[in-house]
Design a protein around this ligand. Structure first.
Ligand code: HEC
Length: 134
């Protein structure tokens, strides 16, 4: 029994040393931030390599499969990541980009609508009590 316990003590640190799967955020910070910034906006290095000004905007018209292909195989000056990331990690990043690009699309659209509404209110002198309609 004592032997088993001491074996367990040896095993526990070994188990906790096993590599934990990296989160999307960790992988973004480690592999993508250098060119695509914290929030998808191109850094100086990124701009020099002709990466899109905002990668989330660029991804708005792309299918998740295309994004995955860019990450896996690289594209022009963007390096391939198939040796640095697992298929699962690349998939998660592609889905994250697709999702963030949709959120950005919705927020941008909302901003445009609010601006248009303000113009209408100004031009047609809409009564103040209508102003909080949106
Ligand atoms: C060394 C700079 C660099 C790094 C690091 C980098 N990219 Fe890029 N990325 C680029 C460039 C340059 C382009 C523009 C490619 C083109 O269309 O010519 C690009 C384009 C993209 C696009 C645009 C969509 C498409 O399919 O064309 C996506 C999405 C993207 N990168 C995701 C990522 C992700 C995710 C990572 C991290 C795993 C990453 N990039 C790391 C330079 C980089």
């Amino acid at each position: 029994m004592r032997f088993i316990l001491s074996m367990l003590c040896l095993l526990v640190p070994l188990v906790s040393l096993a590599e934990e799967p990296k989160t999307i955020r960790e992988n973004w910070q480690k592999h993508c931030k250098k060119c695509h910034g914290d929030e998808g906006e191109a850094t100086k290095i990124g701009l020099r390599l002709k990466s899109p000004e905002n990668v989330y905007e660029e991804a708005q018209n792309k299918a998740v499969e295309e994004i995955l292909e860019t990450i896996r195989d690289g594209k022009n000056k963007m390096p391939a990541f198939n040796k640095k990331l697992t298929e699962q990690e690349m998939n998660e990043l592609a889905v994250h980009i697709e999702y963030s690009s949709l959120v950005k699309k919705v927020l941008d659209k909302r901003e445009r609508i609010q601006r248009e509404l303000k113009n209408i209110q100004r031009d047609y002198k809409v009564l103040p009590e209508c102003e909080n309609g949106l």
